[in-house]
Structure formats: structure tokens, C-alpha cells
Design a protein around this ligand. Structure first.
Ligand SMILES: [Zn+2]
Length: 413
């Protein structure tokens, strides 16, 4: 099925715009979102979705020409039932949407696919992004895949594996010193001059839209139903807003019976949205320092942060935060209880769920879906402190028996 996008609309004043490359409303500078031919989708139901991966949902994405559908095999990530972890947390049914299974190990591959697709659609030769690591390597990989240039600005403290990945895939990699929010402000102005296609998270509706497919996949994986609760990470707010948008569209078009309760997850050291939500107050930007969840280190979510707050207030959603130690504990739990190896940024949503359960903001009898946004394979940390050992046949046998005990199964041979 081809794209059923019909235009853009301002989220603030509602002004309609054609499907051009525009980053904000010319009338009020509001952010823009895509509009679709909902009637055709409602009539066709799930049959409008054909093929595999992210582009299965091409009907609800804004890339018109199938030749512009850039792909490295993103999407169709597993929705993992987590019974052991669920029991441990006292949750009746816990599922994890594991976005670390994407080609560059992050949920950002979804937005890179539609961002680079958008760059092709509008004839841009280069895409640029300011990144703490994951977005940079993802945009660079997808740009390379499409034969476009990429100009990636990467945080000097990004992990070595992320840096290595960026250096390998980006046509131009610039390491920046200083605070992410400060560089974003300068860079955003150049994006407005159209010196490159905007691969950033703050405005571009074409890029943003790719992440909506998480919601479509979760619903389809549950037999066209939504979970009761979805916990999504919120730095600038792209994943949270897009996931909500996906579920809201599906409800409107009759693809699912009802939307989930949305929970926004932040790191306690970058908790502007949670604070504003809790205090029922406007968003106040925060100068932030280090958090282990480097992908959540946004102290000024800007207008997208306001958009997240609006969704939380209009839909009775909830928000929560977790300290670095809680995030690292959630990372260990995912790995040990379910074999899911996520980075701290990806584990933060689980850590926040633990808090939301303790604060009774989420019902443990609900079906809860946690979006784990990245793999742990790109995390940099010292290896565990263990002393290497050497063995002969007898000492090896002794160690195995000591670790595993006498076998409960019938003996070999
Ligand atoms: Zn407007």
C-alpha cells in the first residue's frame, strides 16, 4: 500500500499545510504533525498493511515513493513476554518491546528510516544531527545506505562503541565539547535555513513519524489490541509522542478497541517533564549534569516537552523518574531475569515502572508494556572484576560440581 498521508497540520492552531518540507507552522511557529486519509484506513482495516518490517506500515507514513523507503531491516522487533520479571515485580502480565533488536541497536532506526526517506523525497543531498550517540550512528548508517552525506555532531563523552560506529558510517563526524542543549539551539537555526535535512528530534515531522510504528507493531503483535499501559522513555519526547500518536490513530480508525494509558519515563537527573507534570506547572528547562542514561540527558525538551505534557494532561497519563542506581538495577534485572541486554538509557523505562508500581500510579493487574529503547551492546563499562583461573581435568570437574551441584538428569551415555 502506498502512503495515505494527505498533509500536515499545526498542533497548536490547527492550520493545514501541504506535504512540503516545513519544520514549523508559518502562522504560529507551532510544531507540525501528519494527517492521513483515515477513511480509507478505517475501511481497509489491517489489510492496508502489507510486507515486512517498518515499511509494512507505509500507508501511515509520509514517504510517497516506494523508491525512497530506505531500509536496513528495521522494525518488527520482538514483543517479549516476561513472566519471571513480571512475577518479581508483582505484575500480572509484563511485555517488553525490545528496540535493541533494530539494525543499529536503537529505536532511532525507525526515525532514521523516515528521516532519510524524507531527505530523498525532498531532494536533500545531506542529513545532519546532534547526538549523544545512538541517533548519530543511526542517521549515519541510514544516510550511507541511501547514498547521502551525513554530518554528525557527537557528544565528546559518547561511549566508545557508539563513537566507533559513527566514525565508520558517517561521511563527516564532528566531536563537540559542552552541553547538548546549547549546541542544539545553534544547530536548529541552521536547520531552518535548509542547509541540510533535519535529522534532529525537536521538529521534523517526517522524521518523528517513523517511531509511530512501535505502536502499530505492539498492537498487531497483541492481535490488534493495545496493552493497558505503555511505559515509554521521554527525553525530548519523540518516542513518547509518536507512540501515543500511533495508538490514538488506531483507535480513531477502529483498528484497536481502545488506547493504552501512557506513562512517560525520565532519568531523575533530567526530569523536567516529570516535575512539570507533578507540579501541574509549565515546563522549566534544567541545566543537567551526567546521568548513566545518556540518551535521556535532555534538560530542555522545548516544545516537544510541552507536547508530552499536553498528552499527559489530556489523556490522564502518568510520568515517573528513576535515579541512576535504580536504572542500573533495572538493567541487571532485565539481563538476569529475562536475558534482555539493554543499555542504561533503554533500561530506564523499566526502572520507572518499578517506581510507578510502588507509588500506585499503575495497576499491577494490568497488561503492561515497557519500551526498552536500545541494546546494551554499545554500552561502555569496565568488565566485571573476576580473577582468571586455569584448570586440569579434576579441578574443572570439581568446579562444575561446585557451581551446578550433582546432576538431576540421567547420567550421560
Ligand atoms: Zn499554527
Amino acid at each position: 500500500m502506498t502512503s495515505l498521508a494527505t498533509g500536515l497540520a499545526c498542533i497548536d492552531c490547527g492550520a493545514p499545510l501541504p506535504l512540503d518540507y516545513v519544520l514549523e507552522c508559518p502562522a504560529c511557529q507551532g510544531l507540525l504533525e501528519l494527517r492521513y486519509d483515515g477513511e480509507t484506513i478505517a475501511r481497509g482495516g489491517p489489510s492496508v498493511f502489507t510486507g515486512d518490517g517498518l515499511w509494512r506500515y507505509a500507508a501511515v507514513l509520509p514517504i510517497a515513493d516506494p523508491a525512497h523507503r530506505v531500509s536496513l531491516g528495521e522494525g518488527q522487533t520482538p514483543l517479549l513476554e516476561c513472566p519471571r520479571l513480571g512475577r518479581r515485580l508483582g505484575v500480572r502480565r509484563l511485555v517488553v518491546k525490545f528496540e535493541g533488536a533494530n539494525p543499529t541497536g536503537t529505536v532511532k532506526d525507525r526515525t532514521s528510516a523516515t528521516a532519510v526517506g524524507g531527505a530523498l523525497q525532498f531532494g536533500f543531498p545531506a542529513v545532519s544531527v546532534v547526538s549523544s550517540g545512538n541517533a548519530g550512528s543511526s542517521i549515519a548508517a541510514y544516510s550511507a545506505r541511501a547514498g547521502l552525506r551525513s554530518l554528525v555532531f557527537c557528544y565528546e563523552h559518547s561511549s566508545a562503541p557508539k563513537m566507533l560506529h559513527m566514525a565508520a558510517t558517517a561521511s563527516d563526524l564532528v566531536i563537540y565539547k559542552g552541553v547538548y542543549d546549547d549546541l542544539i539551539t545553534l544547530w536548529d537555526r541552521l536547520a531552518t535555513e535548509h542547509l541540510f535535512f533535519d535529522g534532529g528530534a525537536s521538529r521534523n515531522p517526517y522524521k518523528h513519524e517513523g517511531k509511530k510504528t512501535i505502536a502499530y507493531e505492539i498492537a498487531e503483535q497483541l492481535g490488534w489490541e493495545a496493552p493497558d499501559v505503555v511505559v515509554a522513555p521521554a527525553a525530548v519526547g519523540e518516542t513518547f509522542i509518536a507512540t501515543h500518536r500511533g495508538f490514538a490513530e488506531m483507535e480513531r480508525w477502529g483498528l484497536i478497541p481502545r488506547r493504552p494509558l501512557m506513562a512517560a519515563a525520565q532519568a531523575a537527573r533530567a526530569n523536567t517533564i516529570v516535575t512539570a507534570w507533578r507540579d501541574k506547572a509549565p515546563l522549566v528547562p534544567l541545566k543537567i549534569g551526567y546521568t548513566v542514561a545518556e540518551g535521556l540527558a535532555a534538560g530542555n525538551p522545548g516544545r516537544k516537552g510541552d507536547w508530552v505534557l499536553r498528552i499527559l494532561r489530556e489523556t490522564d497519563g502518568v510520568a515517573g523518574e528513576a535515579e541512576d542506581e535504580e536504572i542500573l538495577e533495572a538493567q541487571r534485572l532485565l539481563a538476569r531475569e529475562e536475558g534482555i541486554w539493554a543499555g542504561p538509557t533503554g533500561s530506564a523505562s523499566l526502572a520507572v515502572l518499578v517506581r510507578l508500581l510502588a507509588d500506585k500510579l499503575v495497576d499491577p493487574e494490568a497488561t503492561i508494556c515497557v519500551i526498552v529503547s536500545e541494546t546494551g551492546l554499545k554500552t561502555e563499562a569496565p568488565p566485571p572484576a573476576v580473577t582468571p583461573m586455569s584448570f586440569d581435568a579434576e579441578s574443572l570437574r570439581r568446579l562444575v560440581l561446585q557451581k551446578l551441584g550433582t546432576p538431576a538428569r540421567p547420567s550421560a551415555g
